[in-house]
Design a protein around this ligand. Structure first.
Ligand code: G6P
Length: 368
């Protein structure tokens, strides 16, 4: 299978711009767009009959799982236990054999994720795999396989696999909500329509924000540390933004829950450390704004990633504000992934690092 960069400088850039297309492809597998219902592919696990769900993964796939936890709990009222695979497998978590466990992995070969899977299998849980490589060891060891259909991902820093993992998890959570009766058919239809809008919105966002992300990246490339903040599903996204930046630009970055700012990272804030705040105008917006005020009051430079409603509602002065379209809460994490990916990508390009093959990292980690 030959893959080339097309007109792009790096595979990572190509994979970022491929997202509208691959997400549309992935969604087509899990969603019936004529009925606006979740399709049978999403119910390979009987979510109605399980008492709880365990999720385990590594790296970016783990952060997709963390966002999935918010969705399974909110839409399907399904309690979710989640941890990075290298902790999950050693924690002696009290897991019911009636429960199901989802393992998320782009490669399907990550050693710790596979070990967590085998551990759950021995305990008798139903095993589901959310994978890009459907012939992988993790896929072959599972009862149910949920392919993310992202196509080959070459860049070591995961981009399109992350958003496709999210798209699949979103469809599974909505399907689980229907199966468990925690959302109505009407609610399902509304949520599925939001999912269906995603590819078009992603394409227009990618097109609109590119120049701004490039000029912001020039600023970021001069920094030693960056703090990312978010609340709700924007919290795992903040961690993903920080992870992307670390991985390819080697700038030290941390992703923090906005509400935890005052319990530590606020001590680091000065005019040299940019604080990137991810805050769509959702249920938590006002709370996150007050955290931003704490940053501003200490001279921190804020890069504010929000939507049109959020931009209109905030009076705070920022170093830069990136305004995305207003979207439903369910799809916001996928849309808000785009600026954080482009920011990391362009920062790395300015720094002159090896974007597709960052030092010390591997695409597939088969050692524990
Ligand atoms: C490595 C890669 C990451 C990836 C992680 C999990 O660390 O560099 O990009 O998120 O492994 O990989 P997986 O294939 O299991 O998703």
């Amino acid at each position: 299978y030959m893959v080339d960069k097309g007109n792009h400088r790096h595979f990572m850039e190509k994979e970022i711009y491929e997202q509208p297309e691959v997400i549309s492809h992935a969604l087509g597998h899990y969603v019936d767009f004529t009925e606006n219902r979740v399709s049978a592919a999403a119910s390979a696990i009987d979510f109605a009959r399980i008492p709880s769900l365990a999720i385990s993964a590594c790296g970016t796939a783990y952060l997709a799982g963390l966002i999935g936890k918010y969705w399974f709990e909110r839409y399907a009222r399904l309690p979710v236990e989640i941890d990075v695979a290298s902790e999950f497998r050693y924690r002696d978590i009290p897991l019911s054999p009636d429960a199901a466990a989802l393992f998320i992995s782009q490669s399907g070969e990550t050693a710790d994720t596979l070990a967590s899977l085998r551990y759950c299998k021995d305990l008798g849980l139903t095993i589901g795999a959310v994978v890009n490589a459907s012939e992988s060891t993790i896929a072959r060891s599972s009862d149910a396989v949920f392919p993310i259909l992202a196509g080959p991902e070459i860049g070591v820093a995961s981009t399109k696999a992350f958003t496709c993992q999210l798209a699949v998890l979103a469809a599974l959570a909505v399907g689980a909500g229907r199966a468990r009766g925690t959302i109505s058919i009407e609610e399902e239809r509304v949520l599925v329509r939001h999912l269906a809008e995603m590819p078009r919105i992603m394409a227009s966002v990618l097109n609109a924000i590119q120049p701004k992300m490039e000029s912001l990246a020039r600023e970021l490339s001069k920094c030693r540390d960056v703090l990312y903040l978010g609340r709700g599903t924007s919290f795992p996204l903040a961690m993903e933004g920080a992870l992307k930046l670390k991985e390819i630009s080697y700038i030290h970055a941390e992703g923090y829950a906005a509400g935890e700012l005052k319990h530590g990272p606020i001590a680091l804030i000065d005019e040299n450390m940019p604080v990137i705040v991810i805050a769509p105008h959702d249920r938590f917006f006002e709370k996150t704004i007050s955290n931003m005020q704490e940053v501003a009051a200490r001279g921190g430079r804020i890069i504010f990633i929000t939507d049109e409603r959020g931009a209109a509602a905030s009076k705070l002065e920022t170093m830069s504000t990136i305004v995305l379209p207003n979207v439903d809460e369910l799809i916001a994490p996928m849309i808000f992934s785009l600026p954080i990916q482009l920011l990391a990508y362009h920062t790395a390009v300015f720094m002159g690092t090896d974007v597709d093959q960052p030092r010390n990292l591997a695409k597939s980690v088969t050692v524990e």
